[in-house]
Design a protein around this ligand. Sequence first.
Ligand SMILES: CC(C)(COP(=O)(O)OP(=O)(O)OC[C@H]1O[C@@H](n2cnc3c(N)ncnc32)[C@H](O)[C@@H]1OP(=O)(O)O)[C@@H](O)C(=O)NCCC(=O)NCCS
Length: 146
Amino acid sequence: MKNFVIRTFRSDDEPDLIDLWRQCGLIVPWNNPETDIQRKLSTSPDLFYVGLLDDELIASCMAGYDGHRGWIYFLAVKSDYQRKGFASMLIDHAESELIKLGCPKVELMVRKTNENVISFYQSAGYDIDPVMVLSKRLTEDEPHDY
Ligand SMILES: CC(C)(COP(=O)(O)OP(=O)(O)OC[C@H]1O[C@@H](n2cnc3c(N)ncnc32)[C@H](O)[C@@H]1OP(=O)(O)O)[C@@H](O)C(=O)NCCC(=O)NCCS
């Protein structure tokens, strides 16, 4: 029986993590994944998780806490290992860590093109809020080939 472990991201996970994000459709032209990783490591590396089945990196979850709300990004599980409860374990772990920091509520964004994951989040207890997300780009990332 394989052993599933959740731990914080380490720099040598980067190639496997970017490959996971690429396979799961989480990489977009306007976000450079290497830059995304560096920004996370320079702010709150303790909230950046990977899931390993034996030694294989199969899952990820990036959490954040801004002092008011917690956030979840980059939740992903390799397609061969989906529907086995791994994302549920990662999100439970991230929520537990956010609670320890005093975070009262966690939020996340789902792209309109990815609405099929809503069922997963609803099964994990997340509701769709009647809000619109507004954003403004402050800097441009370097182009990438992923
Ligand atoms: C969303 C994702 C992380 C879910 O990972 P997972 O490990 O398969 O999820 P779990 O096995 O923990 O699912 C728990 C429950 O969520 C629901 N669920 C999960 N995936 C679902 C799907 N594709 N359709 C319907 N319900 C789903 C089910 O109720 C499931 O329980 P069940 O398998 O006993 O029926 C995975 O599909 C994924 O990596 N998708 C691509 C990346 C992505 O879009 N991430 C989200 C960005 S916002």
